[in-house]
Design a protein around this ligand. Structure first.
Ligand SMILES: [Zn+2]
Length: 66
């Protein structure tokens, strides 16, 4: 019974943290600016591209969202 409980807790932790989504993204601000004033960021690790309003920076990797 304790073993089952332990497995359930481990599963819950894995589902909450989602470690497969945590990749080390190295976001770099792209020199190209978009027409509507947003800034384009590109990840040098996985190649993801993200357009954000000026002054904001991407926090997570998008590699797992594809
Ligand atoms: Zn990335």
């Amino acid at each position: 019974m304790i073993l089952v409980l332990g497995i359930l807790i481990a599963l819950a932790i894995i589902l909450i943290l989602q470690p497969w989504k945590r990749r080390d993204c190295r976001w770099r601000q792209d020199a190209r600016k978009l027409a509507d004033g947003r800034v384009l960021f590109t990840c040098t690790a996985c190649g993801a591209e993200l357009a954000l309003p000026k002054g904001r920076e991407p926090t997570s990797c998008l590699a797992g969202d594809r």
